[in-house]
Design a protein. Structure first.
Length: 290
């Protein structure tokens, strides 16, 4: 891959941190835009410039893409907060970036959506992401749409549940996933920066059922293997109840996870990081004195 000037939006997030590391490793010049400059340490002044901007406020982005070849955006929220909606962030903030990219004749725009986003556009989180995907495809810019399976960081929910000594699952628990580590995903994204238009659906190296993920979490914590399988109608009832009686702020993330976890979600396998090692590292870090 040739060296390039990259604008990275979302550098302080889980995936953004790994992207920053890999881009600098490969000697790319990176402009990272952050809301709070103190949230990012600059140990690589030869390769990294930190600019203060808020993607939800277009006036702070003016001319931010000058001299940039590639924009990578991991901008998005799982939980609505600060009064911002999915449409405000996942859609409109990325549109603000795209407008600047078009103005500056950026060659390539990389956007991270989610696996099956195009098939589940009815879910509130994915509706906003896919609306932006449509706009990016129509923009005339070269694009890469990245559709990762669940992140390892999302799989911490199973560890949290396992701490109580029991994991609760809907249905049989045979549904299969291959979650991916942020560093593996970052390496795959950076490897595509020279490519033309493409959609990259990607997961980690291990395909595991929800039962197997739950067992891993319990074993890592030295707990007996105890899982409670709830009937699938209770999952559907939970989604209906939340949609009917709570705001999108509450039901958005739960609707997303409960819908995707009801079916197999297997993406092409990539990477070298294994969930078992990640769990062991998480537990070790939680018991080591800070």
């Amino acid at each position: 891959m040739k060296h390039t000037n990259v604008l990275l939006a979302g550098a302080t997030g889980y995936l953004g941190g790994f992207l920053l590391k890999v881009l600098i490793e490969r000697k790319n010049q990176v402009v990272a835009i952050v809301r709070n400059p103190d949230s990012l340490q600059n140990d690589h002044e030869n390769y990294l410039e930190i600019k203060q901007a808020q993607v939800t406020r277009p006036e702070t982005l003016r001319d931010i893409c000058k001299g940039i070849d590639t924009v990578i955006s991991t901008v998005g929220i799982t939980r609505q907060k600060d009064g911002l909606t999915y449409m405000d962030v996942d859609y409109q903030a990325n549109i603000n970036l795209l407008e600047e990219a078009k103005k500056a004749d950026v060659k390539h725009f990389v956007y991270v959506s989610a696996i099956k986003g195009d098939k589940h556009r009815n879910l509130k989180i994915l509706e906003a992401k896919e609306k932006f995907v449509d706009a990016l495809k129509a923009s005339g810019l070269h694009y890469t749409i990245v559709r990762p399976n669940g992140f390892f960081s999302d799989m911490k929910d199973f560890l949290e549940m396992a701490k109580s000594g029991r994991v609760y699952l809907f249905g049989s628990g045979q549904q299969k996933f291959n979650p991916i580590h942020g560093e593996d995903l970052a390496r795959a994204i950076v490897a595509t920066l020279d490519d033309g238009n493409k959609e990259l659906t990607i997961g980690g190296p291990d395909v595991l059922s929800l039962n197997e993920i739950s067992e891993l979490a319990l074993k890592t914590l030295n707990k007996p293997i105890k899982m409670l399988h709830l009937p699938d109608w209770s999952r559907k009832l939970t989604i209906w109840f939340l949609r009917t009686f709570t705001s999108v702020k509450t039901y958005g993330p739960i609707e997303f996870f409960l819908t995707l976890m009801a079916e197999d979600c297997i993406a092409p396998c990539f990477g070298t990081h294994h969930l078992e090692d990640f769990y062991q590292e998480e537990v070790k870090n939680s018991i080591e004195p800070k």
